[in-house]
Ligand binder design. Structure first.
Ligand code: FAD
Length: 286
């Protein structure tokens, strides 16, 4: 299996996909089938998210295994803030024994109880820990609009620089719906001395209910053009799906036209949506 660094340094445009594991063990077979359908589109790599609060690492690994069986390189997400060093060591050892070479190192959501984390405070701590405990290509998250908890975009960028310096090989962005936000972020990142490849996260919104959730999750600014689409097609799921796919496709075309080479598609485990987008871009991604 390649590392994500190797993949991203190869020529051309890279379109990768994200899938998530099921909450219940009983959902693994279906999620693995979904992941394989998406893998059949030949994305550059596929990331598999980590359950909230790090509750189901085995599920992430099971889906990553299904991805690897197709020949597509898997990237396992790993969160830390609600975990211990002993637990993370165990998960890393299991990843290594299964030939997983790529990890997206994340802090994860803070516990709702307000309890303070002890072993890991920030993703930066996890990144150092991973490098001390194995040989992995390590990615991290970044936020074109700033992380929702951060005091300012500048302080978020300063912490991002620290995180990258701790040993990050590539970054993946939170979803965004206005490409100008990404271009501005990339400019500021370069000015901060961040030179690792950045995968631009695109989420096709095909369900009006997703709009509010996406805004809440990411703090994303929803461009008026998209708000109008969501408003107009809220009652027609088929029309909303078509409009959401068209919007995401247009975003990607604009990114590629402006020289962005790494795009990460949040598929929401919907192979038919990923298929449409790949097909819309067949001559553009090449
Ligand atoms: P950090 O990099 O630790 O940053 C969190 C906050 O702390 C920011 O405001 C930052 O500015 C600040 N900060 C960072 N370092 C320091 C420091 N040294 N000192 C003081 N402040 C600091 N969640 C999941 O549960 N599972 C997933 O699989 C998952 N995948 C994701 C994938 C992507 C691409 C993205 C963008 C997010 C994902 N998340 C996932 C959500 C993520 O866990 C949350 O956004 C979380 O709130 C922050 O994680 P982080 O790794 O960016 O944190």
């Amino acid at each position: 299996m390649n590392t994500i660094s190797q993949i991203l340094s190869s020529p051309g445009v890279h379109l990768s996909c994200e899938v998530f594991p099921p909450k219940q063990f009983s959902g693994i077979a279906q999620a693995a089938k979904t992941a394989k359908e998406i893998a059949a589109l030949h994305p550059s790599f596929m990331s598999v998210t980590y359950g909230a609060a790090g509750s189901t690492p085995g599920h992430t690994l099971a889906i990553a295994r299904a991805v690897a069986e197709t020949g597509v390189t898997p990237l396992c997400h790993l969160t830390c803030v609600q975990s211990t060093q002993a637990h993370v060591t165990e998960v890393l050892a299991q990843m290594e024994s299964e030939g997983i070479r790529n990890v997206l190192a994340l802090r994860g959501d803070l516990p709702q109880s307000g309890e303070r984390a002890t072993d890991f405070q920030h993703a930066e701590d996890l990144i150092r820990f991973i490098h001390e405990h194995g040989s992995f290509c390590v990615g991290a998250a970044c936020y074109p609009e700033g992380h929702p908890e951060s005091m300012s975009r500048q302080s978020d960028m300063d912490y991002l620089r620290r995180k990258v310096d701790a040993g990050v090989d590539f970054l993946t962005t939170q979803m965004f719906f206005d490409n100008a936000l990404l271009y501005n972020f990339l400019y500021r990142a370069l000015r901060a001395g961040i030179e690792v490849p950045v995968c631009a996260g695109i989420m096709p919104i095909c369900d009006p209910k997703q709009v509010a959730r996406a805004v809440k999750l990411s703090g994303s600014i929803m461009p008026p053009r998209f708000a109008a689409i969501a408003d107009r097609f809220a009652d027609s799921p088929a029309a909303m799906t078509q409009a959401g796919i068209a919007f995401a496709t247009e975003q990607i075309v604009d990114l590629v036209a402006n020289g962005i080479r790494h795009i990460h598609l949040y598929t929401m485990n919907k192979p038919w949506i990923a298929q449409k987008i790949f097909s819309n871009l067949s001559e553009i991604i090449g």
